[in-house]
Design a protein around this ligand. Structure first.
Ligand SMILES: CC(C)(COP(=O)(O)OP(=O)(O)OC[C@H]1O[C@@H](n2cnc3c(N)ncnc32)[C@H](O)[C@@H]1OP(=O)(O)O)[C@@H](O)C(=O)NCCC(=O)NCCS
Length: 170
């Protein structure tokens, strides 16, 4: 458990105006960041995409993109700005977005994660995600393997337990 205080966050849908800040987080967080056009596509053209942000003191502090693929919520990306890590924002955003995915038909969740990404793997394991496969040499920058992880059953009460008792949500 982090020693940092939980950040009071507003969780709300991402907008086009958020994209510059979202992209900045992406670039600070990944060696293969998405181009700006990918976030714009998710927001304007992909009807099966849930894009959410966590806002702290007026700044975009974390972001997530989840795709609804039939009965699967697939976590396309999730990242927290380095200034705001360790304060429970990714946990809140993941729970919040998977809860939103459920009434859209999602019954399970899936994602890929670098084998060496310990913080992310701990985050997913805390939710009950389990490794269900691997993709060898999946990442183009360094040939690292991807682990496929699944949360086989989305349950409302379980996901709600990762949110503050009275979340301040837009
Ligand atoms: C992974 C990431 C999204 C976590 O964001 P965060 O907002 O700092 O995470 P939270 O504060 O919500 O932490 C939730 C849990 O994640 C795990 N975790 C987070 N940071 C961790 C770290 N540095 N080491 C180990 N576990 C960590 C812990 O289980 C933590 O729960 P705890 O605080 O009760 O121990 C963030 O480190 C990040 O943006 N990394 C770069 C992008 C990335 O790798 N995204 C995932 C792609 S698959």
């Amino acid at each position: 458990m982090s020693d940092l205080p939980a950040a009071p966050a507003v969780l709300r849908p991402m907008t086009l105006e958020d994209v510059p800040q979202v992209q900045a987080i992406d670039q600070l967080s990944f060696s293969l960041p998405w181009p700006e056009s990918s976030f714009k596509f998710e927001l304007t053209e992909n009807e099966n995409s849930l894009c959410q942000v966590a806002v702290v003191d007026g700044r975009i502090a974390a972001m997530i993109v989840v795709w609804i693929i039939v009965d699967e919520a697939h976590v396309g990306t999730i990242a927290t700005h380095p200034d705001f890590r360790g304060r429970g924002l990714a946990r809140q955003l993941l729970a919040h977005t998977l809860l939103q995915a459920m009434p859209l038909g999602a019954a399970l969740a899936m994602l890929e994660v670098r084998r060496g990404n310990t913080p992310a793997i701990h985050l997913y394991e805390a939710f009950g995600f389990e490794v269900c496969g691997e993709r060898r040499h999946y990442y183009q920058d360094n040939g690292e393997d991807a682990l496929l992880m699944t949360l086989p059953k989305l349950e409302k009460a379980h996901l709600q337990s990762f949110l503050p008792a009275h979340p301040d949500q837009a």
